[in-house]
Ligand binder design. Structure first.
Ligand SMILES: NC(=O)c1ccc[n+]([C@@H]2O[C@H](COP(=O)([O-])OP(=O)(O)OC[C@H]3O[C@@H](n4cnc5c(N)ncnc54)[C@H](OP(=O)(O)O)[C@@H]3O)[C@@H](O)[C@H]2O)c1
Length: 301
């Protein structure tokens, strides 16, 4: 099969398309013929070598944590899915013609491949964050970086659960946040004052998805480090704030699919690139302000 690979750490130009052995579905897994695979921050951090101490790779490495496609092999012990089914989900080495998924759900009918390919990581992360924060109906949650992939998924899951959501984004994304039922404000200096004006009743919980140094201010806004969580600032422990990075909320994939079918969840797609333009897709993602998910497509759709 063909896959996007990198044979050394470096800038996006180290990405190329090369021949790789076909993966095989093991117990509990399915293999898909990939139709689209989304880009995550993890992919370009891995390629750049930023993760080599925590996640060293064997070269040539294939990026990709998620994809959507058509099942062509069903592993031992897997029930409820058959060859030919259309699914999306989480795996490794997904930027390839074929990929093995460890966790998957049926693609909602009518949802495009690019949209489906980007749901799994943001849905799992969003649900995990809301669970760790203990967010529930009647509470108020501040999401720093609310227009991003994870931030917008958190916002939509939280709204569906009856949580009041305030979110930061650049001005260009405020109308988008409003469309999700989120009270928008800008990020950066003076956040506490802006939040106090938007939520005079106070903020119960806060999530940092951006990793741009807002953690101390989020502690001040909520009144306690226990009420704050970050997915992107691994220095937060110095403020007594938890970080999370290990996937666990896999039920979120089916939940997201149900919410899509009920028109209560939608994923914005910023841009779609052919597999051969993986370097451009990385550049687009790592500049920090994509208007939705950056996706690699393997179809003509
Ligand atoms: N720990 C985990 O389990 C986990 C899981 C998934 C992702 N992540 C990480 O979480 C981060 C976010 O992922 P993502 O997929 O949501 O990224 P994304 O879609 O690229 O979104 C990034 C967002 O950050 C916002 N932003 C940029 N500068 C900001 C600032 N100074 N303050 C506040 N927000 C700012 C942008 O908003 P504007 O465009 O409006 O400026 C954008 O919406 C990445 O670093 C990713 O690697 C971690």
């Amino acid at each position: 099969m063909f896959a996007v690979t990198f044979a050394r750490y470096g800038d996006p130009s180290v990405l190329e398309v090369s021949e790789q052995p076909d993966p095989q579905a093991g117990p509990g897994q399915v293999r898909i013929a990939v139709q689209a695979a989304a880009v995550n921050g993890y992919d370009w951090k891995l390629r750049a070598g930023y993760l080599q101490e925590v996640a060293p790779v064997d070269f040539p490495a294939v990026p990709g944590l998620e994809a959507a496609g058509v099942v062509d092999q069903v592993g031992e012990g897997v029930h409820g899915v058959a060859v030919g089914d259309k699914v999306f989900g989480l795996g490794r080495r997904t930027w390839a013609q074929y990929a093995v998924l460890d966790h998957f759900a049926a693609k909602p009918a009518g949802l495009g491949w690019p949209e489906a390919s980007g749901i799994a990581v943001v849905a799992e992360t969003a649900q995990r964050c809301l669970d760790l924060l203990g967010a529930g109906a009647g509470q108020t949650l501040l999401v720093d970086g609310a227009a991003g992939g994870v931030g917008s998924a958190v916002a939509q899951f939280a709204r569906a659960a009856g949580v009041t959501v305030l979110g930061t984004a650049s001005e260009a994304n405020h109308a988008y946040l409003t469309s999700l039922g989120v009270l928008p404000t800008t990020y950066g200096p003076g956040l506490a004052e802006r939040v106090a004006r938007l939520a005079p009743q106070g903020v119960d919980l806060a999530l940092d998805t951006a990793g741009r140094g807002s953690v101390p201010e989020l502690v001040a806004i909520t009144g306690s480090p226990d009420r704050v969580l970050t997915i992107a600032d691994f220095t937060a422990g110095q403020y007594g704030v938890r970080t999370t990075s290990r996937s666990s909320a896999f039920g979120a994939l089916a939940k997201a699919a149900d919410l899509v079918a009920a028109d209560a969840f939608a994923l914005r797609v910023d841009s779609v690139y052919p597999l051969a333009s993986a370097a451009a897709a990385h550049q687009r993602s790592q500049q920090g302000h994509p208007a939705g998910k950056v996706v690699l497509s393997l179809t003509e759709e």
